[in-house]
Design a protein around this ligand. Sequence first.
Ligand code: AMP
Ligand code: MG
Length: 335
Amino acid sequence: MENNNFGYHAEKLKVGLEAVSLASKITRRIQNSLVEEDILTKTDSSPVTIADFAAQTIVNSTLAKRLPKAVSMVSEEEGSNLTNNKTLESVMKFIKNTLDISNHLQLKAAIDFGKNKEKPKKFWTLDPIDGTKGFIRGQQYAISLAYIEENEIQLGILGCPNLNPDLSCDPEVVHKKGSLLFATKNHGAWSTDIDNPYRNLKRVRSSSELSIEQLKLCESVEAAHSRHNVTKRILNQLGVKQDSIKLDSQVKYAVVARGQGHIYLRIPTLEHYKEKIWDHAAGCIIAEEAGLVVSDIHGKRLDFNCGEELKKNAGIVCAPSYHHRTIIRSIEKNI
Ligand code: AMP
Ligand code: MG
């Protein structure tokens, strides 16, 4: 780690990697013992688990303790959604030996750490469990942390506790060690050991030039998050022959960044749905630094400076630069 140049935000990167590594350990433990009572439903009907709250608490508390300056945080979970004492106790059980938190009030404050009513210019964004539905099914999920400054993502970290670090293995098959990926602006994308981020550091690069027939698509497992039928039509028209890889969460960005897949398409299912910044910031910089182009379905760059949502964008296209334009044209004909 010390011998590599990760740029101006190297110290933040170090703290972020430790935070995500620690959170990954706890979420792995929770996933292995998950029971029905550990799952709640939010007001928007989406599921949330004790792991979402535990991971947010761990990442936030690590940043709060280790970073010298005040931190603004745009994070998915809210302390106010932890309403019953039994669930609060379940979260406490998993974090109490790791953090200095001894009561429910401190726990809720840690979950809401860094939330800011004003729109900050420099901020972190966190999805403590991206792909909660995959997490509940016992499949892929990601802990996603990114730092944004000067209208640009400066660093991104994806803890993928179920993703096999061995690139020759099927990414859909759950692995018990997992992978950790990160990128800093203009300093490349990297993979490292999820339990010890200072070990096994390797550069991550997307596939070099491939013909359209060789391309493999990554898409959501959930048909409610991306239009599978439209994607299929686009792939047929383009002449893509390979079977798609279905994965929950930003693990899709990790898989295309590592060259195991080559395109990630997210075709909006609802006209007015706006993607959340924590669902894309870390994955986006990792994919870009690995050599891919990331845009919305109209070819527009993603704008992470409109609050919690990608208000000026619709859907996602992450693809090799030499196929990106062709894919956008095909999407425009099919939606
Ligand atoms: P994925 O695992 O890639 O399917 O994405 C999971 C994320 O999809 C969750 O974190 C949600 O924030 C997000 N999501 C929820 N509803 C929708 C929707 N209608 N369209 C796109 N994404 C959604
Ligand atoms: Mg998410």
